[in-house]
Design a protein around this ligand. Structure first.
Ligand code: SAM
Length: 274
């Protein structure tokens, strides 16, 4: 079923007497080029198992299903799941799960060797990315449509790092694939979007819990100098904090946003020496 047009999306929703729900971030994809760009970015193989977050009416789902082994589509809105039974009825390799994606991690989450994709609802972008990076069962790749500014923040480099950028880049290599104008979606969101690809990397051997304690301390007040943030939050005296930073070739008056992920790893590895 051809779903990639504003009029068809409206017709389907009318038929089921539903309206797009703002609280679930329902901005449906209605632009063919954006859909093609997204499918190309997913670089799909016949053997792929793909987990799609928020399939909505199934617009992306059906294109993916034609190219892969299985699609597991997780949709929170029961009504959308009902609609997909119709829109995806001629494909038999799609499993629709009516659930909140953030809850799949509560039970045993046992898919392996999979890709995660989706036109993400804006309100869960950061927690979704974080959960999939922190799980033992990391995906091979994640390809998402997200807000342009959030995509740029995730891919930032020093001196524009943020807690979000460090958190993602600690686990993975993120890359902006392309930009999508806001009129690619209906209802039209307020901001433009981007296609982002996030590829998990082999983990550096460092205590992740301690790493994030140090990073969060550093970013506690991003406008303040590292010396102050770290000594206050980690309860370390200023002189020791300065020595610790200098030993890692970091100036005590630098700000957290100027540090590379490797600087944070070095700080984590040497914190015990204080
Ligand atoms: N994939 C469709 C498309 O591109 O047209 C819909 C994308 S829309 C931006 C986001 C979808 O995610 C909606 O269908 C919404 O109901 C669903 N959704 C919102 N929160 C969710 C959650 N926590 N878990 C799973 N799906 C969710």
């Amino acid at each position: 079923m051809n779903l990639i047009s504003k009029s068809v999306v409206k017709q389907v929703l009318d038929k089921y007497q539903v309206r797009p729900l703002k609280r679930l971030g329902q901005n449906f994809l209605v632009n063919k080029k954006a859909l093609n760009d997204f499918i190309n970015a997913c670089d799909l193989r016949k053997s792929d198992v793909v987990l799609e977050i928020g399939p909505g009416l199934g617009t992306i789902t059906q294109e993916i299903a034609k190219k892969v082994k299985t699609v597991i589509a997780i949709e929170k809105d029961k009504k959308m799941c009902e609609i997909m039974k119709e829109t995806l009825s001629d494909l038999n390799n799609i499993e629709i799960i009516n659930q909140d994606v953030l809850k799949i991690f509560n039970s045993q989450f046992s898919i392996s060797n999979y890709k995660v994709v989706g036109n993400l609802p804006f309100y869960i972008t950061a927690p979704v990315i974080r959960k999939f990076l922190e799980t033992k069962n990391q995906p091979k790749e994640m390809i998402f449509m997200i807000q342009k500014e959030v995509g740029q923040r995730i891919c930032a480099k020093p001196p524009k790092m943020s807690l979000l950028a460090v958190s993602v880049q600690f686990y993975a290599k993120p890359k902006i694939v392309s930009y999508l104008p806001k009129n690619s979606f209906w209802p039209q969101p307020k901001v433009n979007s981007t296609i982002i690809k996030i590829i998990p990397q082999k983990q550096t051997i460092v205590n992740a819990k301690l790493f994030f304690e140090v990073v969060k301390a550093g970013f506690a007040h991003p406008r303040k100098q590292l010396r102050n943030n770290l000594s206050k939050r980690l309860k370390m005296n200023k002189e020791k904090t300065e020595q610790w930073l200098l030993r890692n070739n970091i100036q005590p008056n630098q700000r957290a946003e100027t540090l590379k992920v490797q600087d944070w790893i070095n700080l984590t590895k040497t914190i015990k020496m204080n």
